[in-house]
Write a protein of this length. Structure first.
Length: 128
């Protein structure tokens, strides 16, 4: 039987976003954090990009990626009040569904910069 590879139908933006998530996941795992969920979605509520566990605490990480040129705000500035509220609502579902009800939760931003070809230049983890 012939092995047929399906074409990658992701947009360029989605591919860059996936690479940014991969970079943040690797960064955090190299520092002892255990990835417990990726792209956890609750219909009509929201999505959590990456969720880690370390030392009994849960780390919800919103990944933001920006090109390292141009007049764009830094990645962390794009997580506004509305987005934070959505993340908190989705986190409540996640904690309840995964049995993490009594865990301390830390919210982080995984700020990734890349060049115009999508090659990762820097990964920075910021609290919010």
């Amino acid at each position: 039987m012939e092995n047929i590879t399906k074409p990658d139908r992701r947009t360029e933006k989605r591919i860059t976003g996936d690479m940014a998530e991969d970079a943040v996941a690797k960064y955090m795992q190299n520092r002892g954090y255990r990835l417990v969920a990726r792209n956890y979605t609750v219909h009509n509520v929201g999505e959590l990009d990456l969720v880690f566990e370390k030392g009994g605490e849960i780390y919800v990480t919103e990944v933001r990626s920006r090109r390292n040129t141009g007049p764009y705000p830094i990645s962390s500035e794009t997580v506004d009040f509305k987005k934070r509220k959505k993340l908190m609502r989705t986190t409540r579902y996640f904690l309840s569904n995964r049995g993490y009800d009594n865990r301390n939760v830390v919210f982080l931003i995984g700020s990734v910069t890349h060049d115009r070809n999508g090659i990762i230049q820097n990964v920075e983890i910021l609290p919010f």
